[in-house]
Design a protein around this ligand. Structure first.
Ligand code: 13P
Ligand code: SF4
Length: 300
């Protein structure tokens, strides 16, 4: 039996569901039951009935699944698959910011720890951040932790005062305006789509600013043939697979999130076989963080 067959057999025996983020390696995406962006994966983890979820992604995504479905066993196959962006804000730092702005609502991007979510009023993802901030019942908002997404939200919701934490994603920060200008002159007919975690000057020059699921939808529906993609390189797999007649290119050289690549077929097989690594969160954290996540689902 090869490793893919082993995984499928274990999955059936354990009645597990495999969820994978759009940045996972192609072999994992092709084996998963569902592949999506942070929002789609959160909603799916809540909806599915299987008692076991194996989350091929990074820690905050598996924690989100656990918060939304505390009765299920959630496994993260690669123990050290973290998100450096989520680590840019600590619970004490958020508490200090809240004390400075007691009248503000705290909107936290899902790329945060469970503790940060527990101290937030509502969560958001890259696909709904603008509508969540528009809908919160407060004129003043604390937005954590991504400064580029925070800038994008403040540009689209000018009627609100937004205090933005200055964290960023080291992968998306690597895309430069020079790369974008060079790509545009090489392929003037191509659509440039970028993730809102990219730098402000890159976002300003793009044709479309989208979450990873938004990119897939847009590519599917567009009449255009060529696309330049400003996000983690794992994204190109599904874009090409779903649209074989269209062309997709990384913006500049390919940018890789090492944490997303820590889940290999071997890690996935061992996760299913040995039940590792289970996500455990304190009950109180789950209770508080689920309020912020459930609100997000209501607001969109
Ligand atoms: P999406 O929700 O757009 O998939 O983004 C998740 C992420 O980690 C981007 O770096
Ligand atoms: Fe975190 Fe950036 Fe990797 Fe997304 S691409 S998981 S924000 S480090």
């Amino acid at each position: 039996m090869n490793i893919k067959e082993e995984i499928l057999k274990l999955k059936e025996t354990k009645k597990a569901v495999i969820l994978a983020h759009n940045y996972q390696i192609p072999e994992i995406q092709d084996l998963a039951d569902f592949v999506g962006d942070s929002l789609e994966l959160s909603k799916t983890s809540k909806k599915i009935e299987a008692p076991f979820i194996v989350f091929c992604g990074v820690r905050f995504m598996a924690e989100t699944a656990k918060i939304l479905s505390p009765q299920k066993t959630v496994l993260l196959p690669a123990l050290d698959a973290g998100c450096p962006l989520a680590d840019t804000i600590l619970p004490d730092q958020l508490l200090a910011l809240k004390a400075q702005h007691p009248d503000a609502w705290v909107v936290s991007y899902v790329n945060t720890s469970a503790q940060i979510k527990a101290s937030s009023d509502v969560c958001c993802t890259s696909s709904n951040a603008v509508s969540v901030v528009k809908n919160v019942p407060s004129k003043k908002v604390i937005f954590v932790p991504d400064k580029n997404l925070g800038w994008w939200v403040s540009k689209n919701v000018p009627q609100k005062e937004i205090i933005i934490w200055q964290g960023s994603c080291f992968v998306h920060e690597q895309f430069t305006l020079e790369e974008l200008e060079r790509a545009r002159s090489a392929m003037p007919d191509a659509v440039v789509m970028v993730h809102p975690e990219c730098r402000k000057e890159v976002v300003q020059r793009a044709d479309l600013v989208l979450s990873t699921a938004g990119m897939l939808k847009s590519a599917r529906e567009s009449q255009k043939k060529r696309f330049i993609v400003g996000t983690e390189e794992g994204m190109l797999h599904k874009l090409k697979k779903e649209n074989p007649q269209k062309e997709f290119y990384s913006l500049g050289c390919a940018k890789t999130c090492v944490n997303m690549k820590k889940t290999t077929l071997r890690e996935l097989r061992d996760s299913l076989a040995k039940g590792r690594y289970e996500i455990h969160l304190e009950e109180d954290i789950i209770k508080k963080a689920s309020i912020a996540l459930e609100r997000m689902i209501q607001y969109i």
